[in-house]
Design a protein around this ligand. Structure first.
Ligand code: GAL
Ligand code: ZN
Length: 686
C-alpha cells in the first residue's frame, strides 16, 4: 500500500473551504489606500472571487527598516478578506528584498557573469547563496508565519515568487558552488574524471581552485561542458534550498495548509520534477499571447506538464492574463470572448483554479500597462464584464474540483538535465532549442485531441502505449535501460535525433552514436550532418513527399528497417527515419527535423499502431479534453463550430448551459470561443 500523501489532506481542506474551484488573482493592496481595499472586497464578491494571492512584493512595506515591522495594514486587509469570505494564498515576500538590505548589505545583491553587481531598483535582486539574504528571508518568513498562521482568511501559503536559478558569480556563490561540488564528488579526482579536465590541461588540484563558469569572451575559447552542466545543477539546487528553508518555517506554523511556489511552465532553469516533490500542489503562471495562433497549443503543453509533475493530480493556475501580458513588445488586447475559453482550458487539463495577475491594475511601476481583473477603467470595461461572467462559469464547474484527469496513453519524455546539456555550446549544431522540439512533437497530438502526459526517463512507463522521446541527448544508464525495457515489453517509442549521445557528465558515450540507444534503435550513426540554416532536403515517407531541415544523421542500419528516405542531396537514398522491432515492441527513429506535415503523419501513424484513440474528432481549433467524468469542448476560434458527439451518451448535461441545463442531443453547437462541459452521468450527484 502506498503511503498516504499528507498533501492530499491539506488540499481536501482547501477544496472544502473554497467549495469548488478557486477564482481570483494576485492582490497587491499595498499599492492602494485603505478606501480602495473596501471597494476591492466588494468587487471581489461581485466577481465571485474566493482566493487571492497577497503579499508577494510587500517586504519593503512589512519591514520598512531592519527589524521594524509594520503588519497593521496587512492585518486590516486580512480581516476584510476574511469577513468577505475570500481566502488568502499568503506569500512570503522574499522575491523582492527591501532597499535597506541592498544598501546595508550589498553582498546580498547578485553578480552577473561579467562580474557586475546588479543594482537595486527592480525585483528579485538577491543572491540565492548569500547567507545574509537567507538569514533575513528566514526572519521575515518566521514573523509572517507566526502572525497569520491562525488567521481565518489564510487558506494556503505561497513561497517566494517564480524562483529563477539563473546563477550568480559573487564570492558567496563561488564558495557555495565549491561546497556543492565537494559534496557531489567527494574527491577532486572524481571531479576531474567527470569533467574530463585532461582536456586543455584543466585539471584541478583542489576544490578551492574551482570557480563558476567563465562567461564567453573573445579572449578565450569555450567553457568546460561538465562545469557548465554542474553549475546549472547547482543553481537549481541553491534556489531549491531557499524555497525549502522558507517552506519548513511556514510548515511549522501551518502544518494543515497547502504550500506551493508558482512555476513558469516550460522554464529551463529549474528541474521542476525535483521541485514538485517538495510542494503540496503544483502551481503555474501562464502567459500565452492572446493573438499567438499557437497560444492554445502552447498553453495545453504547459498545463499537461504541470499536471504531470505530481503524477496527474490537480494543480493550480495562479497567474494568467485577462488581456495583454506586457511581454509581446506590443500589448495586444484579447479578442472579445476569448478569456473564457482560455481560462477554462486550464480546468479541462486539471487545474482547480482560474486566477490572474493581477486583481487591480497598478497605477505606477513597471507593470502599469499589464491587464488585470479590474482594469484602469474599472467596472465600465469589457474586461470587467467578462471577468464577472467567468466567475459565474467557474462556480458552475465547482463539482469538477479535485477530479483527476486519467493517465494518458501517450507520454513525452521531459528531462531538465537533458535540456541544460543539449543546449550547451560547441555542439554539432548550436541551434537546437529543446522546448521548440518538444512542442513540435506535442502540437500534432494536441491538434488530434490525443491526451498526453509528460514523464521523466527513469519513471515507471508500463501504463503508456506510446512514448515520444525528442532529442534525449543526455541520459544516464538507468534512464536508457528503462526506455529499452519499455520497448522490449511491448511499448511503442518514437525517438528523435541527437539522442543517447552523452552520459550524465556530458561525456560522449564510447563506441559510436547513438551510444545509449544503438541496441534499442538498431542503427549506427556514422556521422552527424547538420544542414545550413534555411536549407532543406527532400524526403519520402509513406507516399508523402516532405522536407528535412536543420539536421541529418548519416544512418547505417543494424537491424532496423528504413521508414523514410532522403530523395535528394548527399544522403539521397539514405534513411531519414527507421523502425526497429525489439522484443514485443517497436522503436522508431527520426534522424532529422521534418516539416510539420511529415511529422504529423509519422506521429499519428504510430499513434494508430499503438492503438491510441483521440478523445473525440473535432473541427480544427476545437479542443476536446476528458477530465474524469467530464468532457470539455473548447472552441478556440472566432467562428461557430459544430461538434459531432458520435458515440457519446446523448443525455449528457452541459454544466455551463443555461440555468435549466438542457440535455445535449447529437451535434453540439459551439459559438465563437464557446465552451461546453459535458457530464455523461446526469442525475448522479458528485
Ligand atoms: C509573473 C510574476 C507577476 C507579474 C506577472 C506579469 O511573472 O509572477 O508578479 O510580474 O508575471 O505578467
Ligand atoms: Zn551570489
Amino acid at each position: 500500500m502506498p503511503r498516504p500523501d499528507p498533501a492530499d489532506a491539506r488540499l481536501d481542506g482547501l477544496r472544502r473551504r473554497l467549495k469548488g474551484l478557486a477564482y481570483g488573482g494576485d492582490y497587491n493592496p499595498e499599492q492602494w489606500p485603505a478606501a480602495t481595499w473596501r471597494e476591492d472586497v466588494s468587487l471581489m464578491r461581485e466577481a465571485g472571487v474566493n482566493l487571492v494571492t497577497v503579499g508577494v512584493w510587500s517586504w519593503g512595506q512589512l519591514e520598512p527598516r531592519p527589524g521594524h515591522y509594520e503588519f497593521g495594514w496587512l492585518d486590516e486587509v486580512m480581516d476584510l478578506l476574511a469577513e468577505a469570505g475570500v481566502g488568502v494564498d499568503l506569500a512570503t515576500p522574499t522575491a523582492a528584498p527591501p532597499s535597506w538590505l541592498a544598501h546595508e548589505q550589498p553582498e546580498t545583491l547578485p553578480v552577473d557573469g561579467e562580474g557586475r553587481r546588479i543594482a537595486f531598483g527592480s525585483r528579485c535582486q538577491y543572491c540565492q547563496s548569500s547567507p545574509v539574504f537567507r538569514y533575513h528571508a528566514a526572519r521575515i518568513t518566521e514573523r509572517l508565519a507566526e502572525r497569520y498562521a491562525g488567521h481565518p482568511a489564510l487558506a494556503m501559503w505561497h513561497i517566494g515568487n517564480e524562483y529563477g536559478g539563473f546563477g550568480c558569480h559573487c564570492p558567496a556563490s563561488v564558495a557555495h558552488f565549491r561546497r556543492w561540488l565537494a559534496d557531489r564528488y567527494s574527491t577532486v579526482d572524481a571531479l576531474n574524471e567527470a569533467w574530463g579536465t585532461a582536456f586543455w590541461g584543466q585539471r584541478y588540484d583542489s576544490f578551492d581552485h574551482i570557480g563558476t563558469p567563465a562567461p564567453r569572451s573573445r579572449l578565450i575559447s569555450g567553457p568546460n561542458p561538465g562545469q557548465l552542466l554542474d553549475f546549472q545543477r547547482f543553481c537549481d539546487a541553491a534556489a531549491l534550498e531557499c524555497y525549502i528553508a522558507e517552506r519548513d518555517i511556514v510548515r511549522r506554523h501551518s502544518p494543515e495548509l497547502p504550500i506551493t511556489t508558482n512555476f513558469m511552465g516550460s522554464f529551463k532553469h529549474l528541474d521542476y520534477w525535483r521541485w514538485a516533490a517538495e510542494e503540496d500542489v503544483v502551481s503555474l503562471d501562464i502567459y500565452a499571447g492572446p493573438l499567438d495562433p499557437d497560444g492554445p497549443a502552447l498553453a495545453a503543453y504547459n498545463f499537461d506538464l504541470m499536471r504531470s509533475l505530481r503524477g496527474g493530480k490537480p494543480w493550480l493556475m495562479l497567474e494568467s492574463a485577462t488581456g495583454n501580458n506586457l511581454t509581446d513588445g506590443r500589448n495586444y488586447a484579447r479578442p472579445a470572448g476569448q478569456l473564457r475559453v482560455r481560462s477554462l482550458q486550464a480546468v479541462a487539463r486539471g487545474a482547480d483554479s482560474v486566477m490572474f495577475f493581477q486583481w487591480r491594475a497598478s497605477r505606477a511601476g513597471a507593470e502599469r500597462y499589464h491587464s488585470a481583473m479590474v482594469p484602469h477603467g474599472g467596472t465600465r470595461t469589457r474586461t470587467w464584464r467578462e471577468v464577472t461572467a467567468l466567475g459565474r462559469d467557474v462556480a458552475r464547474l465547482g463539482e469538477v474540483a479535485g477530479d483527476a484527469n486519467d493517465q494518458a496513453d501517450v507520454a513525452i519524455v521531459w528531462d531538465w538535465e537533458n535540456w541544460w546539456a543539449v543546449e550547451g555550446p560547441d555542439h554539432p549544431s548550436n541551434d537546437l532549442r529543446l522546448s521548440d522540439r518538444l512542442m513540435d512533437h506535442y502540437r500534432p497530438l494536441w491538434d488530434a485531441n490525443i491526451a498526453v502526459d509528460f514523464v521523466g526517463p527513469r519513471d515507471e512507463l508500463g501504463g503508456y502505449r506510446l512514448l515520444v522521446v525528442p532529442n534525449l541527448y543526455l541520459v544516464d544508464d538507468v534512464g536508457a535501460d528503462n526506455l529499452t525495457a519499455y520497448v522490449r515489453a511491448g511499448g511503442h517509442l518514437l525517438m528523435s535525433y541527437f539522442s543517447g549521445i552523452v552520459d550524465e557528465f556530458d561525456r560522449v558515450r564510447p563506441g559510436g552514436h547513438p551510444g545509449a540507444f544503438r541496441d534499442l534503435l538498431g542503427i549506427d550513426i556514422d556521422d552527424f550532418s547538420p544542414l545550413p540554416p534555411g536549407d532543406s532536403r527532400s524526403l519520402h515517407y509513406a507516399g508523402y513527399s516532405g522536407t528535412a531541415t536543420d539536421w541529418q544523421d548519416i544512418i547505417d542500419l543494424v537491424g532496423a528497417e528504413p521508414l523514410a528516405t532522403y530523395t535528394d542531396g548527399e544522403l539521397k537514398g539514405g534513411s531519414a527515419a527507421t523502425r526497429h522491432r525489439l522484443g514485443n515492441g517497436t522503436a522508431t527513429y527520426l534522424g532529422t527535423s521534418p516539416d510539420r506535415e511529415t511529422l504529423r503523419r509519422l506521429l499519428l501513424d504510430i499513434v494508430g499502431d499503438a492503438g491510441v484513440a483521440p478523445v473525440l474528432d473535432t473541427p480544427q481549433g476545437v479542443e476536446a479534453v476528458r477530465r474524469g467524468a467530464y468532457l470539455f469542448l473548447l472552441n478556440h476560434t472566432a467562428d461557430e463550430a459544430t461538434v459531432d458527439l458520435g458515440a457519446l451518451p446523448h443525455q449528457a448535461v452541459d454544466l455551463l448551459g443555461a440555468d435549466t441545463q438542457p440535455a445535449v442531443t447529437d451535434g453540439l453547437h459551439l459559438p465563437p470561443f464557446g465552451v461546453a462541459v459535458l457530464h455523461d452521468t446526469p442525475g448522479v450527484e458528485s
